[in-house]
Design a binder for this molecule. Sequence first.
Ligand code: XMP
Length: 320
Amino acid sequence: MIEEIKASELDSETFIASKVTEIKKIVGNGKAINALSGGVDSSTVTLLGHKALGASLRTVFVDHGLMRKDEPQGVAGTFKKLGVNVEIVDARKPFFAALKGIEDPEEKREAITRTFYRDVFGKLVRDSGAKFLMHGTILTDIDETVAGIKRQHNILTQIGIDTEKEFGYQVLEPLIQLRKDGVRKVAKALGLPEDVYRRMPFLGPALAGRIIGEVTPERVDTVRLATVIVEQELAKSGAFQYMAILHKDKVTGMRNGKREFGQQIEVRCWESIDARTARPSNLPFAALQSIAERTTREVPGVVSVTYNVTPKPPSTMEAV
Ligand code: XMP
């Protein structure tokens, strides 16, 4: 049983000092590696790890082709300013190959996990000689995976995967006792910029988690364009998280007086503290209309935009 540290009881400076000591002790003179996605959890682990290990920690950004627009370069640029070099690894081919033909949500998550940790990361770790992988797992990830609700991509040891045996490295999870609000406090105390520590959560499986049905480069392009619009239009909403989801079913629409059997985008916008429960934001209708108008105009093939008004539970926040 992992002991939770509540954000209200967290002393960030003490937490950081104790984690730095712990990481140094475990890694010793060895090498470690971590994957940065730019989210608050992996960003916090990256800075914490560099504080403890300096150049002995190698940080990579795995570009699986499922990221939002300009995300790999944007994240590497932010960390460059903080003095951390981030290597971008092009892994688009293995990910799209692994996702080909898969429609089931849990199979999709499984394919992403395996490709990430065994194929792409396993190879990087083996090539680098690192024996440790630093990981931004938080308590909520574990709760939901262990409860069988949704397999979070980064849960390995907790579901019985022996990473040393299967992938050749030991996983270090310094944030495991925290939830998102606690991680944000630590991120701020570490000196991460505000746009990072306040950053909206974004899931590890990235846009693949927002595509119902098969994940193909074309379908990722569709949801990526819709995501830009939703994020721009709701940037000032103050909501916990907002997203565009691409549906599998097509619907009949019309454009320029002609029938168009087209795609559907679902918009979700959540109020939440820790992502365990959430309720849909009471958005002004004009904001929704503006998203619908831009999405059907700017995203090729989309003829329908809907808004989800169901809380979590029984919904979950992502669709996959
Ligand atoms: P759900 O969809 O489970 O999402 O209600 C709760 C929160 O977790 C994020 N999420 C993930 N984050 N890897 C992550 O790092 C995942 O596999 C994953 N699945 C969901 C989701 O964006 C929301 O903030």
